[in-house]
Design a protein around this ligand. Sequence first.
Ligand code: GLA
Length: 664
Amino acid sequence: MTAAAATSVLLAVGIGAAPPGTAVTAEAVIPGDGLALTPPMGFNNWNSTHCRAEFNEAMVKGIADIFVERGLKDAGYQYVNLDDCWALPQRGPDGNLVPDLVRFPNGIKAVADYVHSKGLKFGIYTSAGTKTCNDNGFPGALGFEQKDADLFASYGVDYLKYDNCNNQGVDAKLRYTTMRDALRRTGRPIVYSLCEWGENKPWEWGKDVGHLWRTTGDISDSWNSMLGIAKTNWALADYAGPGHWNDPDMLEVGNGGMTDTEYRSHFNLWAIMAAPLLIGSDLRKVTPETFEILGNREVIAVDQDPLGVQGKPIRSANGVHVFVKPLKNGDKAVLLFNETEKTERVTTTATEIGLPQATGYKVRDLWAYTDRHTAGTIATTLPPHGSAMFRVNADRGWAKYPPAVDTGAALQTVYPGASPLVEPGQNATVTTTATNNGRVPAVTVKSALSGPAGWEVLPESPSDKIMLRPGESLSTKWTVKVPADAKPGTYVLAVRTTYRPDADTRFDFEVRVPPPAPAANAYVSDMAWLSSTNGWGPVERDTSNGESGERDGNPITINGTTYAKGIGAHAPSNVEFYVGGRCTSLTADVGVDDEEGNDGSVGFEVWANGAKVADSGVMTNAMPAKPITANITGAMVVRLVVNDGGDGITSDHGDWAGLRVTCS
Ligand code: GLA
């Protein structure tokens, strides 16, 4: 749109018209208004409810109650924020937004008052457009900025999330600045969150407009979504600071789509990035582990550190990252993060993280809650998708802490790089290693490996040592006997290394008992899988990919041919399944599903025991299904990959039609 055209839209919608006589007050909003000097913390309903009916007064009040009762308020969570769908689709006769009285029978002011009565703050949502984002959403504030800002102020709003839908092509900076000025005129201090998804590089202009700005599209409750967003956001570290934060979107911790290990990494990443911590799960329904993660005050203190520097990776290679965030008191917060599917031992040093030369350093583990000293090396073994956070300083009193010993374990796998699998009744070989990173010897060092009930664990080599010198390791080989009746599933083995006086370190790792390998020819969609990941929604069995919930796809259709059996994926996708050396070949007709118009382009790959055995090349919507056959003779594990064909994942619905394995 040209500037002139944009202006005429503005005139048409009446943007920027301030009610006569309203003075701009000094105290709010931006720049330098003293708000959001640390990243905002609180709650927003969107990630857990979207517009479903459970988003209502009872929920909002329930969250406020839990903030107080469960210590989250004391831990720093403050804002209780409403997202889309709190209002009706039409404005009232006076032009004001009208609360949805089914959800909020007492109106919004009553909810705000309740939240305030708990000593908390209240936030609301609208869009910098003619309508909010949801189909059943409500009128946006474009052209109604002052009216809506005044209404929000009359409710007692302390935080506004201002979205980007239906923006009519009006310049973003102008739209967001107009609302800033409207908020300012209300005279109420309101934290102002720009939610334009990073489309107009808000990090370049947002500092004087709002207190935080989204840097990406919406997060969803999956590892891939969270990781992709984190990566975009961490590259923007230098733009953040007190009163102006990068916002990688609200937390998914507790919503159920990731493991607790993954949620801890999500939380650690957000904290090291000084991201806003807006809880996005329904705290009335979450597990004790979710409270433990969200309530970790030492990690929160890293996020909320008053220096306000966004931490960033100082080293990244092969999916392993070392992040540093300098803190106000001179400490360094360090996040060691493993985005890969393999267990990794990750190390850094005091010098690498930027601490001055010293004889010893104090290392605080923010999840084990232990204090140790190190001669310089900071090391930990991380499970797939795992992370650890430390607070490190050149404390002169380092010698009063036990030496830091890190411990880890590796299970001999069916092929190099495979995830740890053992069949029922078989033996596995595990090697545990404990290393002293301290300045002084660790004494009376003893490693113990424990398995689930009924699993026998036998040391095959010495598991203790009187003295472990600085830099020295104790490696122990163990035989682990898996009971013959072990059910398929994930089991935890734990290595714990103890040393005097009263110090210990542990590493828990997962071992998988796979579903039985097929004993005859089988459709892969009828088998249990080891794992599956997808760009959008779950990988579907016998339908195409519907992009969100389970079983929301269509019959698999490629170039007009429909298939009863197969797998519906969306790039990037990975499906792994166990064949235990019993199968010889895999066949399928692969192609892009017809449901996606003409945009999709993907590639199909088959991997057997970690080696690629078939590749379709790039396939587009225009192409008919391509028959592929892969030799999987002798393989224990088969992996199916759908890649994006090199052009991003938009519309990439990849079908493995008629997918079968030949086995005996
Ligand atoms: C957009 C925003 C989300 C959420 C929805 C509500 O997608 O980015 O965070 O507010 O709108 O409809």
